[in-house]
Design a protein around this ligand. Structure first.
Ligand SMILES: *Cc1c(COP(=O)(O)O)cnc(C)c1O
Length: 367
């Protein structure tokens, strides 16, 4: 593209560096001429999709000549029943990613400030920049959110704060006390987006449950996704819970058919599959222990994680380790783009997959 066309774009897009997804298995196998590689790079559910969700999805295919339900009536009512939250205060998204962006499009204008933590999910700065807002990055504490520092840094210019709990790519989580003091310190004119993509993996009453806090804070938006513990990353479904006014605004700008009928049906059905969710969580808890023990016996440092991945600190540039793992058929996530060039993030898999990953790690750290 010629420079002149680049200059037609909004300033944010002109210099935007796009999101880098985890390397797809087929690409790695083609490039390295290997087969049977293992992708532990995108925090996907290693169980594969729920059988109930698949059955509902195939059935929905037969109605796919029709447009999907633009109001997502059935899914929202199912969510209301599941989480005891009013359907009128829900907004569905094509993954929570779309909601992160939709919130930016509804609330940000050039000159507004968006705040997030150092090492927070990379989509936040991308959305801020695409909306021509300025980013205020607050230094992390032990790789996690420093909510005290963030509340001190909020100013009248701060339109939006994005928080991820647990955070990706560090796996850290803040507790209810920290979060509630933060919410009390932040002015109503600042919207707080609490992104709970990994919350299902946490069984700890000290970690806030955002859904229960929305009624107390009219400036709070909570995001949930079907991509992780619910195992539907490829179908793209998530939702936002917020005040009536915020929900009304989000739904004015939301594309009416942003969730396709297959995704709507699968998301609704998977909420009935409690065995699947329980198994997802159990596999992850066991896999996390397996990784923690394995990493400790390899003398590798890692950031203690509350999510479905673990981030390893190689205490020197991690690129070489990444490349050597790839050659062994193990795809993990490099974190240079997060300013963490010494770290690699590994998603927790099933027992045998974790064993393969740990074996490969033991080979690549050999001098
Ligand atoms: C994976 C992830 C999401 C979920 O993205 P979807 O668009 O719902 O697939 C959201 N936030 C964070 C922090 C994530 O890691």
């Amino acid at each position: 593209m010629s420079r002149s066309q680049i200059s037609l774009a909004v300033p944010g897009a002109q210099t935007l560096k796009p999101y880098q997804p985890g390397k797809p298995i087929e690409e790695v196998e083609r490039e390295l001429g290997i087969s049977s590689s293992l992708k532990l790079a995108s925090n996907e559910n290693p169980l594969g999709p729920s059988k109930l969700a698949m059955a509902a999805a195939s059935e929905a295919l037969s109605t796919s000549a029709f447009y999907p339900d633009a109001t997502a009536f059935r899914l929202k009512n199912r969510l209301q029943q599941e989480f005891d939250i009013p359907a009128e205060q829900l907004t569905v998204g094509n993954g929570s990613n779309e909601l992160i962006e939709l919130i930016g499009r509804v609330f940000l204008e050039p000159g507004d400030e968006v705040m997030f933590s150092e090492y927070a999910f990379i989509v936040y700065p991308i959305v801020a920049q695409a909306c021509c807002a300025s980013s205020k990055v607050v230094a992390a504490k032990n790789f996690g959110h420093d909510l005290d520092a963030m509340s001190l840094a909020v100013s009248q210019k701060t339109k939006l704060v994005y928080l991820a709990n647990p955070n990706n790519p560090t796996g850290t989580a803040f507790d209810s006390k920290e979060f509630e003091s933060f919410m009390k310190a932040v002015p109503q004119s600042t919207l707080v987006v609490l992104d709970e993509a990994y919350t299902e993996y946490i069984n700890d009453a000290t970690v806030p449950d955002g859904l229960s806090l929305v009624p107390n804070y009219p400036n709070l938006i909570v995001l949930r996704t079907f991509s992780k513990a619910w195992g539907l990353a490829g179908l793209r479904a998530g939702f936002a819970f917020a005040s009536n006014e915020i929900t009304d605004l989000l739904n004015r700008v939301r594309q009416p058919f942003n969730l396709n009928s297959v995704a709507l049906a699968a998301a609704e059905a998977v909420l009935d599959d409690k065995d699947y969710l329980a198994q997802s969580i159990r596999i992850n808890t066991e896999g996390m222990k397996q990784f923690e023990n394995g990493l400790a016996s390899l003398n590798l440092n890692y950031i203690p994680s509350r999510a479905n991945f673990v981030t390893i600190d190689f205490c020197e540039a991690a690129d070489g380790y990444y490349e050597r793992l790839l050659k062994q058929g193990i795809i993990v996530r490099p974190l240079g783009i997060y300013g963490m060039p010494n770290h690699l993030r590994v998603s927790i898999g099933k027992f045998e997959q974790n064993r393969l990953a740990l074996d490969a790690l033991s080979r690549v750290i050999q001098p």
